[in-house]
Design a protein around this ligand. Structure first.
Ligand code: PMP
Length: 336
């Protein structure tokens, strides 16, 4: 049992048994128990924390949400937890259920972004949060506006910040702490008047964007950095490769030189949030004709058809019927 207040430290079995009475927070001393933050305030727990970002697209009938690659995202959440030695106290299918329950309870018939996340919780005094620390899991969601019909592009710049490497921390982990790397690069890009950075890796090869992978087109070939380039194992990148294959677009997965960015006919970011987002200027050089190119246009069309359930790959879609408009586990859900 935790001991509170002014009891002599010597009477405790260990300092870990002592629970404070007071804490100072945002300018005032507060009783220990009332100094709470909302679970969504990720800043308080972001060193040992992993997350996922996935999307549920509204089906054409307007009555169901199609959750895209739910199982794959939750598998990656568990991979991220393993890489950062966090124990998620749930089974993957329970987290999948939580996503569907939250969407059902939120009950909005629009495209939704969902973020499941897990962070070391409880009374943690050790900055180096020990392996296997107890985890809290939360899921939140919010509406988003898809960009798949966006023909105009963004202005990107190669960052002076290097993408984290296997020598520092695992780029494959979708850990909040990794995002300090991307955040610095975004701030640098914005300070220099660009929209988004492109990060090179420790071998000076192209890695990815701050929150998305990258592909380019050279001589009609779709080229994307290999998974050993310091990138997240992106599901959008994987989806684009599958779509390109089915559309007979030639593909190369390999190391990509910086100079290839300046010679590319097309460049686009690939990510759940950014979808297939054209880059139309790179370091102030116009890419192709300065608008979304033909390969990105074909991929975006096929991607939209897939996520809206109009094409094959039903194994990647979990359908949640909004028909009953009731919250929670009563919603009908099925893999289509
Ligand atoms: N790289 C980083 C650093 C990301 O944050 C993301 C977004 N999850 C991606 C790549 C793209 O991954 P996905 O396509 O699975 O969203």
């Amino acid at each position: 049992m935790k001991t509170q207040g002014s009891m002599a430290l010597s009477s405790l079995a260990s300092a870990d048994d002592w629970e404070p009475t007071w804490i100072w927070m945002d300018g005032e001393l507060l009783p220990w128990g009332s100094a709470t933050v909302h679970v969504n305030a990720v800043g308080h727990a972001s060193v040992a924390a992993v997350f996922e970002g996935l999307k549920a697209y509204l089906a054409d009938d307007g009555r169901s949400l199609l959750v895209f690659r739910l199982q794959d995202h939750i598998r990656r959440l568990f991979d991220s937890a393993r890489l950062t030695r966090l124990e998620i106290p749930f089974e993957p299918d329970e987290i999948e259920g939580a996503v569907l329950d939250l969407l059902g309870a939120t009950n909005l018939d629009c495209d939704m972004y969902v973020r499941p996340w897990a962070f070391a919780s409880g009374l943690i005094r050790e900055q180096m949060v020990p392996a296997g620390a107890r985890c809290t899991v939360a899921v939140d969601c919010w509406p988003f506006t898809p960009r798949l019909d966006q023909v105009g592009g963004v202005d990107a710049a190669v960052s002076s910040w290097q993408r984290i490497s296997e020598a520092s921390m695992p780029p494959r982990a979708k850990a909040f702490s990794n995002y300090h790397n991307g955040r610095l690069a975004v701030m640098e890009a914005r300070a220099n008047g660009h929209d988004w950075p492109i990060l090179l890796n420790d071998r000076h090869k192209v890695a990815e964007g701050a929150g998305a992978c990258l592909a380019l087109v050279r001589n009609g070939v779709l080229v994307t950095p290999s998974l050993s380039s310091g990138v997240l194992d992106s599901l959008t990148r994987d989806t684009a490769l599958v779509l390109a294959h089915s559309m007979d677009i030639p593909v190369e997965v390999r190391e990509v030189d910086r100079s290839e960015l300046y010679l590319a006919e097309e460049i686009f970011f690939l990510g759940t949030a950014w979808e297939i987002l054209p880059v139309t200027t790179i370091d102030a050089l116009r890419v192709g004709s300065g608008v979304r190119g033909p390969v990105a246009t074909r991929l975006a069309g096929a991607y939209e058809d897939m996520v809206r359930g109009r094409s094959d790959h039903s194994e990647w879609i979990t359908r949640l019927d909004l028909g009953s408009r009731s919250a929670g586990r009563n919603n009908q859900r099925r893999r289509t």
